[in-house]
Design a protein around this ligand. Structure first.
Ligand code: ZN
Length: 281
C-alpha cells in the first residue's frame, strides 16, 4: 500500500516532471539530429559545389589550354599554307615574268672582247690607201660591202695594201669583216680611210665580205658587224642615227642588200640591223 501510494504519489508529482524532461530531451535530440543533418547536408553540398567548380574550372582550363594551342596550331598551319601559297604564287609570277622576258638583255661588247676579235694589221702608209693622217672628228660610222662575192677579208686587205704600188685608185677602209666573222683593222681607228667621200674626214668605214652577188652578209659577218659597230658607237658616244650606209653618203647601192630609200626592202633590212645594235643612248 505504502509503495503504491508512493508510486502513485511519485507518479503524480514526478511523472509530469519526468514527461517534461523526456519531451525536452526528445526535442533536444530531434533538434540536434536536425542540426547534424542540416550541417551534414551543407558540408556535402559545399564539396559538391567545390567539386563542380573545380571540375568546371579544370574543364575550362583544359579546354582553354588545349583548345587554344590547337587553334593556334591550326592558324599557324593556315598561315603557313597561305604563306606557302603566296610564295608559290610569287614564284609562279616570277617564273612567268622571267619566262615572258626570257631573252636576256644584250650586253655591249667590251674592250677586251673586241681586242680579242680584232686583228690589227696595218697597211703601208701611202697616198692611195693610207695617208696616215688623223681625222678631224668622228661623227658617223659607215657600213659597206666589198662588192666582190666570196672574196676574203685577207684578199681585200691585200687589195688595199697593194694600191701603194699599183696606184689603180684611192681606196681603203678602217676595218674589213671577213666571211668567218674575222675583223682586220687596216689602220689606227682615228686615221682617215678612203671609202666615205666626201665625209672621210669625219667618219669611220667598215667593209663587209659576202658570199653571193646579192651582197647578203652571212651570220658570222653580221654578228661581228653588230659587235664592231656597237663598240665603236659606244666608244665615240655616237647614237644609232650616226650609223649610216654608204648609200646614205653618196647614193651608191652599198651595201647592196641593205641599200634603198625608205619603204624599200633594203631599207627595212637596214633598219632591222640597226635594231640589233647594242648602243648606250
Ligand atoms: Zn661602199
Amino acid at each position: 500500500m505504502g509503495n503504491k501510494s508512493f508510486r502513485e504519489k511519485g507518479l503524480g508529482a514526478d511523472g509530469k516532471w519526468t514527461m517534461f524532461l523526456r519531451i525536452l530531451g526528445l526535442t533536444a535530440v530531434i533538434v540536434l539530429v536536425a542540426l547534424v543533418v542540416t550541417m551534414t547536408s551543407r558540408q556535402d553540398e559545399k564539396p559538391i559545389e567545390s567539386m563542380i567548380d573545380a571540375t568546371t574550372q579544370t574543364t575550362q582550363t583544359s579546354f582553354t589550354q588545349e583548345t587554344t594551342p590547337v587553334l593556334t596550331t591550326t592558324q599557324t598551319a593556315i598561315q603557313t599554307t597561305t604563306q606557302t601559297t603566296t610564295q608559290t604564287t610569287t614564284q609562279i609570277t616570277t617564273q612567268t615574268t622571267s619566262a615572258t622576258t626570257a631573252a636576256p638583255a644584250p650586253i655591249a661588247p667590251t674592250d677586251d672582247e673586241m681586242e680579242a676579235l680584232i686583228n690589227k694589221k696595218y697597211i703601208t702608209v701611202n697616198p692611195y690607201s693610207r695617208v696616215g693622217i688623223r681625222r678631224a672628228s668622228t661623227l658617223k660610222i659607215v657600213v659597206h660591202y666589198v662588192a666582190n662575192p666570196s672574196s676574203t677579208a685577207e684578199q681585200n686587205w691585200n687589195y688595199f695594201n697593194g694600191l701603194a704600188k699599183s696606184h689603180v685608185t684611192s681606196a681603203s677602209s678602217n676595218f674589213i669583216i671577213g666571211l668567218d666573222g674575222e675583223i682586220i683593222q687596216c689602220m689606227p681607228i682615228y686615221e682617215i680611210a678612203y671609202a666615205n667621200a666626201p665625209i672621210n674626214d669625219t667618219s669611220i668605214s667598215i667593209e663587209c665580205c659576202h658570199p653571193t652577188n646579192d651582197g647578203h652578209f652571212n651570220q658570222a659577218t653580221y654578228d661581228s658587224l653588230v659587235k664592231l659597230v656597237s663598240w665603236l658607237a659606244n666608244r665615240y658616244g655616237l647614237s644609232r642615227n650616226d650609223v649610216i650606209r654608204h648609200f646614205d653618203v653618196s647614193g651608191k647601192m652599198c651595201p647592196l642588200y641593205w641599200a634603198g630609200d625608205e619603204g624599200s626592202i633594203g631599207y627595212e633590212r637596214w633598219m632591222a640591223f640597226k635594231e640589233d645594235l647594242i648602243i648606250d643612248e
